[in-house]
Structure formats: structure tokens, C-alpha cells
Design a protein around this ligand. Structure first.
Ligand code: FAD
Ligand code: A2P
Length: 269
């Protein structure tokens, strides 16, 4: 998997070195890589990363940066698609290996794309958590909002673990530990295995269950902002739910009440 010997001069201008790898399930892992000194990004954005393909050409895919903009390294949270061109190989990376990282961050899940508000809802399924792993560690999130609600839904409990540990670690974080206190409301749910909270994000919002459980008022376009990241079907259905509350889709060029980004292209595996 190593593009070349880790201590040799990089063969590729965009090579970065893997510093940490953790496997969460047979379908999920996270890893950290060195950060190019010149790379500036806004928490929530994504970049193209990959490996050299068998044909010697870069095989690149879009990945949300899961670490916040202030971090010295870059973190990613990845699916393992058994026959996926990139992740069938990427899942085998080890510390010291190199990956390709094109340093051109882009994306809509950024604070600039929303009007000011009181509460912000982060709504994610599966690896759609990644941009929020960045934004939950971003001080601006807590400076801009009184309340931050992280709803993350997966089929099974084990798939929530990366997010659960990340949220758990925030209160001990020297930079944002105090900011997070009492502001971040974490609402993980499963749909195909019993857990403390269950059900789809769409159902838990539509039924009012999440508002009741967290002691929050129903969504109000004056006060609530939202960011969505999941499959195409999820994004589509959540948008419809938010629009019923009167929230409108914004963009970098026109900030409004919610923004959305695909967690991946395709129907899922
Ligand atoms: P591909 O040929 O790219 O995908 C094969 C099939 O696997 C897809 O058609 C789809 O059905 C399924 N699939 C792909 N990615 C996922 C996924 N993440 N979850 C569930 N099913 C999936 N992936 C990440 O793992 N982490 C990220 O942070 C991330 N951020 C992305 C941001 C954007 C804006 C976009 C468009 C995609 C993002 N992806 C992310 C998906 C990523 O680009 C690749 O699709 C993924 O790494 C699989 O690559 P592959 O070459 O192995 O398979
Ligand atoms: P469910 O188990 O009821 O399908 P997937 O693994 O298929 O991408 O789904 C990840 C999570 O997102 C699952 O918990 C799934 O619930 C949920 N989900 C999938 N599609 C939608 C949708 N259109 N609206 C809301 N939740 C969805």
C-alpha cells in the first residue's frame, strides 16, 4: 500500500503520511494523515484523497475532513466498500504509508452558508457524520449557537461508536471542552438494532419525539439552522421535513436556514 518508502522524498507532490488508523467495524475505519502546511480549509469542507491506482494514475474520491480547521493533522472517517475501487485498498493503509491529498477544500456544510440562529441541527447517517466530526470540534460552532444538536443514525449500535467516542472526548478537550458544556446535545439512534434511542431522523423530527426528548421547541425558521449529510434518499427526505417547518436551503453565495451535502454518490451498499 505504501506509495514508496515513507522516509524517502515524496514521489507525488500531494503525498501525505498516515499517522494513525483505527478500525471500528468491518465496514468502517478512521485515519489521520499529516497536514500540508499550506492547506487552509473551513471546518465541514471536503477534499479529494486517494491512492495510486494499478495503472499508475491517482485514484481519487471526495472525503469530508473529519478534523477541525485548527488541528495539526487531518482526520478522515471512511466506509470500506468490499469491491470499491478506492476503499478496497484504502482500508489496508498502515501508519507510515502515504496517501494522495489534493489540497483544494470545497463544500457547502460551512457556517458561512447559514444565517445567524440560536440552534444548529447536524443531521447525519453513516459516514455522513464526518463533516460534523469537524464542526463539533470547531469553536465557531459554539460561538455562533446556543445549542448544537447532533443527530446521527445508523442501522446498528457499533456503527455509532466513532461518533460516540468523539462526542465523549469533547468535554476533556482543552480548546473546546468548556464551550461544549451544556451546549452540545447528542442524539444517536439505530434503526435495526435495539438501543437507547431508535428510529430514523425524519421520523423522530416529524413525530416530535426528538423535541420532547431534548426539551426543545419545534423547529422555527427564525431560530433553527440545519446541516444535512447522508445518502441521496436521506437528504431528499430530510429536506422535505425541514421545508415543512419553513426552513430554506442556503449556499455559500446565499446564506439561508439549512445546507445539504451528499455523504456519497449511489444507493449505498
Ligand atoms: P465507489 O465506487 O466510490 O462507491 C461504490 C458504492 O459504494 C457507491 O456507489 C455507494 O453505493 C457505496 N458507497 C460509497 N461511499 C459510501 C459511504 N461513505 N457510505 C455508504 N456507502 C457508500 N466516503 C467516506 O467514507 N467518508 C467521507 O467522509 C466521504 N465524504 C464524501 C464527500 C462527498 C462530497 C462525496 C460526494 C462523497 C464522499 N464519500 C465519503 C464517498 C467517497 O467519495 C467514496 O465513494 C468512497 O470512499 C468509496 O470509494 P470506492 O472507490 O471504494 O467506491
Ligand atoms: P433504515 O434502517 O430504516 O433504512 P443505509 O445504511 O441504508 O445508508 O442507512 C443508514 C441509516 O439511515 C439507517 O439507519 C437507515 O434507516 C437510515 N435511512 C436510510 N434512508 C433514509 C431516509 N430516506 N430517511 C431517513 N433515514 C434513512
Amino acid at each position: 500500500m505504501t506509495l514508496h518508502h515513507p522516509h524517502a522524498t515524496p514521489l507525488l507532490p500531494d503525498a501525505q503520511t498516515v499517522t494513525f488508523v483505527q478500525h471500528w467495524t468491518d465496514r468502517l475505519f478512521s485515519f489521520r494523515v499529516t497536514r500540508p502546511k499550506s492547506l487552509r480549509f473551513r471546518s465541514g469542507e471536503f477534499v479529494m484523497i486517494g491512492l495510486l491506482g494499478d495503472n499508475g494514475k491517482p485514484l481519487l474520491r471526495a472525503y469530508s475532513i473529519a478534523s477541525p480547521a485548527w488541528d495539526e493533522e487531518l482526520e478522515f472517517y471512511s466506509i470500506k466498500v468490499p469491491d470499491g475501487p478506492l476503499t478496497s485498498k484504502l482500508q489496508h493503509i498502515k501508519v507510515g504509508d502515504q496517501i494522495i491529498l489534493r489540497p483544494k477544500p470545497v463544500g457547502t456544510l460551512v457556517h458561512d452558508a447559514l444565517l445567524p440562529g440560536r440552534r444548529i441541527w447536524f443531521l447525519a447517517t453513516g459516514t455522513g457524520l464526518a463533516p460534523f466530526a469537524s464542526l463539533m470540534r470547531e469553536p465557531e460552532t459554539y460561538e455562533k449557537y446556543d445549542t448544537v444538536i447532533m443527530m446521527h443514525t445508523c442501522r446498528e449500535v457499533a456503527e455509532l461508536e466513532y461518533g460516540r467516542q468523539l462526542v465523549e472526548s469533547l468535554k476533556d478537550d482543552p480548546l473546546i471542552g468548556e464551550m461544549v458544556e451544556g451546549k452540545l446535545l447528542y442524539y444517536p439512534t439505530t434503526t435495526r438494532e435495539p438501543s437507547a434511542h431508535m428510529g430514523r431522523i425524519t421520523d423522530n423530527i416529524t413525530s416530535g419525539k426528538v423535541f420532547a426528548d431534548l426539551n426543545l421547541p419545534p423547529m422555527d425558521p427564525e431560530e433553527d439552522r440545519a446541516m444535512i449529510c447522508g445518502s441521496l434518499a436521506f437528504n431528499h427526505d430530510v429536506k422535505a421535513v425541514l421545508e415543512k417547518f419553513g426552513l430554506r436551503e442556503g449556499a455559500n453565495s446565499e446564506p439561508l436556514e439549512y445546507v445539504v451535502e451528499k455523504a456519497f454518490v449511489g444507493d449505498g451498499i
